[in-house]
Design a binder for this molecule. Sequence first.
Ligand code: ATP
Length: 283
Amino acid sequence: MSLVRERRHQEPLTLSIPPPPHYHGIPRDPSPSSFSSSNPDSSSPVQTLNDLEKLTVLGQGSDGTVYKTRHRRTTALYALKLIRPDLSITTVEADTLKRIESSFIVKCYAVFANSSNLCFVMELMEKGSLQDMLLAQHVLPDPVLSTLANRILQGLRHLQEMRIVHGDIKPSNLLINKKGEVKIADFGASRIVTRGDYCSSGTCAYMSPERVDPDKWGFEEIGFAGDVWSLGVVVLECYKKVEIPVSGSLEFRDFVGRCLEKDWTKRGTVDELLYHPFVKNRQ
Ligand SMILES: Nc1ncnc2c1ncn2[C@@H]1O[C@H](COP(=O)(O)OP(=O)(O)OP(=O)(O)O)[C@@H](O)[C@H]1O
């Protein structure tokens, strides 16, 4: 199941007012009455979007814009992602997103919908994405890479326990907080596998061979194996190589080889790779 998908595929959460026919640029701040939470959750630190004051733009994705915001009362900082009005999410999916609690996954505190946007209130990751880091730095040293791979695997293990396939593991979806910890973000292409109605969203460059074959894509193990493949591509990219380098350590080469095994039935699983010498005992 795609957590966020084209509106035509799903009933929207609560969008009583139709979106404007032409939507350009930064949306206006909507009135509180036009918002509805996926679940008015009294434990959420953000009850309405009006609790938040926009400070700066953190980044721009293909579906929308991410802002740094401050809670007007508590002054706590959050990231707020506003995405295209023609995308939708069901209440069940939004609730699943909010239930994910892991120190390896960017926390989603609340989901709101109004006539202009779908809005996700998220944990602020102060140091941006791995993508930004790769653009600024040449090669990440092995200890940094193995810690990174370990954290992504732990995040994937948590998602698998919830029967969720991420489906779009890539450097711009791996965010870094002020402590330098990497966490998995962006569930735009995710699927809760028990429902089984997969779609082909995601980013082609990070997709495993079996995922581009629509006849095969649809079994949960394939989905999980696809996330492992994407992890292998990310680790290789951090090494600034397109093929497994002979100059890399034995552990590094074997780890990437296990992630990038073409036959998904032989590929390393998340549980197996967590015990791989390249990532074992790294956090
Ligand atoms: N929780 C967050 N905290 C801090 N910065 C964030 C957060 N979420 C996203 N960003 C920043 O905003 C940028 C855009 O994020 P977004 O998820 O919209 O798109 P993307 O993943 O970069 O690209 P695409 O839409 O193609 O997948 C990210 O690259 C990151 O720099």
